[in-house]
Design a protein around this ligand. Structure first.
Ligand SMILES: C[S@@+](CC[C@H](N)C(=O)[O-])C[C@H]1O[C@@H](n2cnc3c(N)ncnc32)[C@H](O)[C@@H]1O
Length: 349
């Protein structure tokens, strides 16, 4: 009688071209592929699905966090700053952290819990920082607070979120895709003049008139602008008049970046929520409470500077940063995303 061997199924070959974003990048599982992640970081890039925190030392030096204190991270993201701030608490005190993003907040909370930062020391809340008055009333006042504005690398790198002109995906751009309207819908709704104004106000876009005209023309022809690629192609057509030379590629890239940024600011009402946050900020802080804010473009920095100056003049803040603090040249070399960062700080009276 033949020796009966248990039947072994052949492992199916997955192919060399994973179709899904999650399958494509080993870095998406940083705990499992630590070597790959280290290699990507050493080349000055951010591994997919991860975010490298900016100005960590500058923020910690300023916040002077002591064990037993209570703090607020208004923009949790990947949780890099939160983690460093909790290390300073040395197991005593509490950190509350907000994020509007219902997708990433779950992953970050799980990652932090697995790293030992559970509910005894850390509470994450899916909330817009425009509502810090509610958070302050329930959990405040806070001894320290930080905000690191804008988007995280995980959001940019996920094509499903539509934040990047480099990756094909739905033209969404919402930090919370469960609320409000997508960028594609906004483009359908705005008039040509409104779109031109949006591009100028939110991103100082020099080709705003050309882009607004091309968007209008595209819709008039019955064509759709539903994906990031559709919008990139509209921008390419709008700039078709530029001579074909070496500079054109760079101009196209920068115009795409500014256009996507302007739309992102619009669909997330970023200036309005930042203004509301700044209005409510002093009331949630304890006397002597320390605040650090990182901004990424001039519109944001102007609002922070104006609010801090006004509170200083009124005696609500006892001290503020006179100059912006920039990440070191070394940090900018290691992390290209740090290049536009400006930090401001304040101390509550
Ligand atoms: C630059 S990332 C923060 C990265 C984080 N500091 C770290 O070290 O990983 C900004 C985060 O703020 C969130 N965010 C942006 N606007 C917000 C708002 N109005 N309220 C709450 N979270 C917001 C984004 O969803 C994103 O996750």
């Amino acid at each position: 009688m033949e020796n009966e061997q248990p039947h072994k199924r052949r492992v199916r070959y997955k192919g060399t071209h994973p179709r899904k974003f999650e399958e494509k990048y080993k870095e998406l599982n940083p705990e499992k592929y630590a070597d790959t992640v280290a290699k990507v970081i050493s080349k000055g890039s951010t591994p997919a699905g991860m975010h490298i925190s900016i100005c960590v030392k500058e923020i910690l030096d300023f916040l002077q966090i002591q064990p037993g204190q209570k703090g607020l991270d208004a923009t949790l993201g990947y949780g890099g700053h939160s983690r460093k701030m909790m290390e300073c608490l040395k197991g005593q005190g509490h950190l509350y952290a907000l994020d509007v993003d219902p997708i990433e907040i779950v992953k970050t909370t799980k990652r932090l819990e697995e790293a030992g930062y559970g509910p005894d020391i850390f509470t994450s809340i899916q909330e817009n920082f425009a509502n810090i008055d509610r958070i302050g009333a329930e959990y405040g006042p806070f001894d320290f607070c930080m905000a690191d504005l804008g988007v995280s690398s995980m959001q940019i790198d996920n094509p499903e979120r539509g934040f990047s002109y480099k990756l094909d995906g739905p033209l969404d751009l919402r930090l919370n895709p469960e609320k409000g309207v997508s960028a594609a819908q906004r483009l359908r709704e705005v008039t040509r003049d409104e779109l031109e104004g949006m591009l100028i106000e939110n991103s100082d876009e020099p080709y705003a008139d050309k882009i607004a005209a091309e968007v209008t023309k595209t819709f008039r022809k019955g064509q759709k602008i539903e994906t990031t690629t559709d919008l990139r192609q509209v921008i390419e057509r709008a700039l078709a008049f530029l001579p074909e030379n070496k500079e054109k590629k760079d101009i196209l890239k920068k115009t795409c970046q500014r256009t996507f940024q302007a739309l992102r600011i619009d669909v997330n009402s970023e200036f309005e929520v930042l203004e509301t946050f700044l209005e409510k900020l002093p009331d949630i802080m304890a006397p002597g409470g320390r605040i650090a804010i990182l901004t990424f473009h001039s519109g944001e920095d102007r609002l922070v500077k104006k609010a801090f100056n006004a509170y200083y003049k009124e005696g609500i803040f006892q001290d503020i940063a006179r100059e912006v603090i920039r990440p070191s040249a070394e940090e900018c070399r290691a992390n290209g995303r740090a290049r536009s960062t400006k930090m401001r700080w304040a101390v509550k009276a």
